[in-house]
Design a protein around this ligand. Structure first.
Ligand code: G3P
Ligand code: CA
Length: 291
């Protein structure tokens, strides 16, 4: 993902001087040198997760990459939200008492649009809404940001992969430019990742989790990245993942999550990860200067 300078890979002799030429690694979504920094659920340490305010906050802080989660309402509208229920991040219990357990899939998009998705985080975000995927894509486009989009709980929403790809297409996100460097679709469920790849082979995909190395040949057929928790990786694991090539012929990449402190950010950078997914992108960026 990053355009790390492989300083020693290419040298040339010119007039007796040794020039060291930079070569970019095979990562298509280059942000800068060092691991890419991805704002998790938007810049979610500073604004309510998975809201337009959170992706705007990431933009304000200067971050191009954001990560968000997609699910589906009762009437079939895709919305951006992490949990399978609305209780933690909205005032659903207050607005709709008696509708326990307040699952996303039990509410219409219109009902969800009435909810306050910001007050739980801080009073100044009162009135923030749960965005539909279309609203959200509009904002990410307006901000010229890049997106790691997670299909959350796909087992609850049959056909969500095709539907999500249709929204992405409608919003202009499946053109060659976006596919080349602005979009990654990920899931913890291999079947869901495989489905996305089969439906639109040009989309860059990621499997969340830390699969065993023995399973990587299978996953490398349809996933370009393996994205594990930072608590589960080692330098050896990252190197082993990098040794495989994904469906587009490039070495598998590793984006690790959710890294919110400087020491851990530096540790995973030493492991040579391609990206760091973080609620505190500013903290990680500062820690990684020089990588
Ligand atoms: O992008 C990685 C991370 O988002 C996966 O975990 O639970 O925060 O969606 P979660
Ligand atoms: Ca996620």
């Amino acid at each position: 993902m990053h355009a790390r300078v492989a300083a020693a890979t290419t040298t040339a002799l010119l007039g007796g001087t040794v020039l060291i030429l930079p070569t970019s690694s095979a990562h298509a979504a280059a942000d800068d040198r060092g691991p890419a920094v991805v704002a998790h659920r938007g810049a979610s340490a500073y604004a309510p997760e998975n809201t337009l305010a959170a992706v705007d906050k990431a933009d304000d802080l200067g971050f191009g990459w954001v990560e968000n989660d997609v699910q589906r309402t009762k009437d079939g509208v895709l919305v951006v939200l992490h949990d399978a229920t609305l209780t933690r991040t909205t005032n659903v219990e207050e607005v709709y008492p008696g509708r326990a357990p307040w699952k996303v899939a039990d509410f219409t998009a219109r009902e969800i649009s009435r909810l306050d998705a910001g007050s739980w985080f801080a009073p100044r975000y009162a009135g923030a809404r749960v965005p539909t995927l279309s609203q959200y894509m509009n904002r990410v486009s307006r901000n010229h940001q890049k997106l790691v989009l997670e299909i959350k709980n796909p087992e609850l929403y049959p056909g969500i992969e095709r539907q999500m790809l249709q929204v992405l297409s409608n919003e202009g996100w499946l053109d060659p430019g976006h596919l080349r460097s602005r979009l990654i679709v990920q899931s913890f469920r291999p079947d869901s990742v495989r489905k996305v790849h089969d439906l639109r082979p040009g989309v860059k995909t990621a499997l969340l989790g830390t699969p065993s190395i023995a399973d990587l040949p299978e996953y490398a057929r349809f996933a370009d990245q393996i994205n594990p928790s930072y608590t589960s990786i080692s330098v050896g694991y990252v190197a082993a993942v990098h040794a495989f090539r994904g469906p587009h012929g490039n070495p598998l990449e590793v984006l690790t999550w959710t890294v919110d402190d400087a020491d851990t950010a530096r540790r995973v950078a030493r492991y040579d990860v391609d990206g760091v997914i973080t609620n505190r992108p500013d903290v990680v960026r500062r820690a990684l200067r020089g990588y």
